[in-house]
Ligand binder design. Structure first.
Ligand code: NAP
Length: 473
């Protein structure tokens, strides 16, 4: 049975008592007191007797000094003291009062190595190991190791750290970890990826989990808008980030199954390469040759494309009718494919341009439209859609096309939403084009459609927009 354990980070004894009371009133079933957060260790450690099991943790190189403090902690009512596996104090306390801990802030080793680490830790107390999770392989190693440890029946604590490890905390009950460490407040988080006690309590033991994968997945706003939608819809759900390097993409289906993820968004650069790993592709996604949404159905993993709905809604928001319009798509990746499938079906006269011209040619051939070299672009379009990351935060701050192609009749849509105004949109605006749209509406609409596919509920878009604004601020 997993207990939500609030981490108490206090400056003095009085604050420790206040925070402990707050944590217990919010539902904490155990408390970890970070004695190392006190500038001076208080003489009175009686706050460690707090009505729920307590852990006293003190990371310090001064082992002899620590030994006395640990003895006082146990005498004052601490249920456990946390001692690192490489400390000389490791075997100097009764095993049943020790959590023997191991941290790797760089990586997660393979399952065998994790199990060897636990074997070693168990000789000194309840074994606890926390590993930095970098992607699907690490998540699967944590999962398999936890399955073996669960079978043995003895208590253990296993944590995946970092944003990619968040799902191990959300699924701590499935993993069988004895404690799920939580931050009392967001600003008091003591480890990367730690969720708040309030969120852990809200989610309970069996939340609905959704996710996004992509690589490197640094600039996505999707967790904020989906998590706001979950709360507004009163669904016990959580949307997490699971970055996947291309060579680990094939492991994503297993991660979805093991961690019981009901749905996943797929973003740059995996929208096309994910298709072979899915059981069924929805006809709209098949027409685009790109998937941005996976649904975990009883029959297997299904691929959908909600980007197309997002593009349609964005253009409709400025009354831009693609029917009969000369349209240019910049880019030849997954989002460009969705745009091509939508614009072709909507009756636009389509051209495609791309940094790598051969890819524009392949895409143009797929849809029976024109490929145009960047240097041959002329001011001939009523619709221009950027489907490249050029100008996005974290990418090259540049425009993907020459600024001579805008006319007063052009509607320019940039799929990028961060920054709000990209170099392309800034240039289009100063050229006096008919309308400029960034990727915000597309993001909200594609997210809302994915949310509905996963939960059967139409989310509150106003709440999603508010969460977007808060993240962008
Ligand atoms: P993708 O499959 O990786 O394709 C990327 C495309 O951009 C390729 O055509 C690539 O050209 C081109 N490209 C990459 N870096 C470039 C640069 N510095 N200059 C010019 N061209 C460059 O990615 P995707 O999934 O299609 O996504 C593309 C963009 O759309 C991303 O910025 C993504 O955030 C955005 N998007 C937004 C939403 C939304 O909801 N607002 C939804 C989907 C996508 P090469 O062929 O030469 O490599």
């Amino acid at each position: 049975m997993t207990a939500n354990c609030a981490v108490i980070v206090a400056k003095d004894e009085g604050e420790a008592r206040t925070l402990a009371k707050e944590a217990i009133s919010k539902g904490a079933e155990a408390l970890e007191f970070r004695l190392d957060s006190f500038p001076v260790i208080p003489a009175d450690l009686s706050f460690l007797t707090c009505g729920v099991p307590s852990v006293a943790t003190l990371r310090s190189p001064l082992d002899e000094e620590r030994k006395d403090i640990f003895l006082r902690a146990l005498a004052s009512g601490a249920t456990y003291i946390d001692i690192e596996s490489d400390s000389v104090l490791r075997n100097r306390f009764p095993k049943e009062q020790v959590i023997c801990s191991y941290h790797d802030f760089e990586k997660t080793p393979a399952e065998d190595e994790i199990l060897a680490i636990f074997n070693d830790l168990r000789s000194s107390g309840i074994p606890k190991a926390a590993f930095m999770v970098r992607g699907p392989a690490d998540l699967l190693a944590v999962w398999s190791a936890a399955s073996v440890l669960r079978e043995k029946g003895a208590p253990f604590i296993l944590i995946g750290m970092g944003a990619a490890g968040e799902v191990t905390r959300i699924r701590a009950f499935d993993l069988g970890s004895m404690l799920n460490y939580c931050a009392l407040r967001p600003e008091l988080a003591s480890a990367p990826g730690q969720i708040t006690l309030e969120e852990a309590e809200r989610l309970g033991t069996d939340p609905q989990v959704t996710a996004v994968t992509g690589y490197p997945l640094t600039h996505t706003f999707s967790p904020e808008i989906h998590n706001a939608a979950f709360k507004a819809a009163k669904i016990l759900g959580r949307y997490v980030k699971i970055p996947s390097a291309p060579e680990e993409l094939h492991l994503i289906p297993e991660v979805i199954r093991k961690y019981r993820i009901i749905g996943m968004n797929v973003t740059i650069p995996h929208k096309e390469s994910v298709i072979p790993f899915l059981k069924r592709i929805d006809p709209l996604a098949a027409s685009a040759g790109a998937v941005n949404t996976i649904r975990n159905s009883p029959a297997g993993l299904e691929g959908y494309n909600t980007d197309m709905l997002g593009i349609a809604a964005s253009l409709a928001s400025v009354d831009a009718d693609p029917k009969g319009a000369e349209a240019l798509i910049i880019g030849a990746g997954g989002a460009a494919k969705a745009a091509a499938a939508y614009l072709k079906a909507a009756g636009a006269r389509l051209s495609i341009t791309n940094r790598t011209h051969s890819r524009a040619e392949t895409l143009a051939e797929m849809f029976g439209v024109r490929a145009v070299k960047l240097e041959d672009l002329a001011p001939a379009y009523q619709l221009i859609l950027n489907a490249t990351p050029a100008g996005m935060s974290g990418f090259e701050h540049c425009s993907p096309v020459p600024h001579t192609i805008f006319t007063k009749d052009t509607v320019v849509m940039d799929m990028i939403y961060d920054p709000e105004v990209t170099p392309l949109l800034a240039a289009a605006k100063s050229a006096g084009v008919r309308a400029c749209i960034n990727g915000k509406t597309m993001l909200i609409e594609q997210a809302a459609a994915s949310f509905t596919l996963w939960t059967g509920i139409s989310p509150d878009r106003a709440v999603m927009r508010k969460a977007f604004e808060a993240r962008a601020a």
